[in-house]
Ligand binder design. Structure first.
Ligand code: URA
Length: 252
């Protein structure tokens, strides 16, 4: 690994960590002294300077968003709002709901008719980790379905169903009510939950995403958004660095 010179004009590491919520400057100095912090993969020394634009800081192996310009929003997407930056048909989009500046994009997507939690950010690194299937971050949905799926069919959902783009990985599926399923997947294929329910003969009537990794918020009303807390951002960074699918490929 090549040796990089510290950036003389960069911010000091303990100051950066304190700014992004790891605790007081003193606490952050201790975290660094314990050897838990790396910069570009190399264990960092106390007092080193970091270029937050280009260098990757990680704590306990999980990258930390350290750029001061990064924003993270949690949106409860209503049905009929489209997950795109610009809809040629002029329908309302998720980008219309959150502040214009800085420009953000959605982390993954929800179908037009699907409701529920959607992350929006300008942090490309976190978005990549959260959406890349090999990191396997869990997404939980409530699906109101036609009819009442049998226990055997719920087991089929859990074990994997054959879709045209291949079998689904193991999932969690339980009946909250006879026609209301809680389904947790860690893949992110197009219309996956709808297609899984179609495949067992119980099409979705209404679909709501209720959790993304560790993030949930039952009090956020449809159409509302809020900023993630520092702790929530960190919990996503940790989840996307450590969660892995039960089966499937390793991260690149
Ligand atoms: N599964 C679906 O079918 N639709 C979504 O929007 C998300 C997951």
């Amino acid at each position: 690994m090549s040796h990089r010179e510290p950036h003389p004009e960069g911010e000091r590491l303990q100051k950066i960590l304190a700014r992004v919520g790891f605790g007081s400057r003193r606490v952050c100095e201790e975290i660094i002294a314990e050897g838990r912090v790396t910069v570009d993969g190399v264990v960092a020394e106390l007092g080193r300077r970091v270029d937050v634009e280009t260098q990757v800081v990680a704590v306990d192996g999980a990258p930390v968003g350290v750029r001061p310009d990064l924003v993270y929003y949690l949106l409860n997407k209503p049905a009929g709002v489209i997950t795109t930056a610009d809809d040629p048909q002029g329908r309302p989009t998720v980008v219309d709901v959150v502040p214009d500046e800085p420009r953000v994009f959605s982390v993954g997507r929800l179908d037009g008719e699907t409701e529920g939690l959607l992350l929006m950010t300008n942090d490309g690194q976190l978005a990549y980790h959260l959406t890349h299937p090999s990191f396997g971050v869990e997404k939980e949905y409530l699906a109101l379905v036609e009819g009442e799926p049998s226990r055997a069919l719920l087991r089929t959902l859990r074990d994997g169903v054959d879709l045209e783009d291949g079998p689904t990985a193991r999932a969690r599926a339980t009946a909250v009510e006879p026609n209301l399923l809680r389904i947790t997947i860690h893949e992110g294929r197009n219309r996956q939950v709808r297609r899984m329910c179609d495949a067992i003969g119980h099409p979705v009537v209404r679909l709501v995403r209720t959790r993304i990794g560790p993030i949930t918020d039952p009090r956020l009303a449809p159409g509302e958004w809020r900023e993630l807390t520092r702790d929530e951002v960190r919990s996503l960074e940790v989840a996307s660095a450590s969660e892995k699918p039960a089966t499937g490929s390793e991260p690149p």
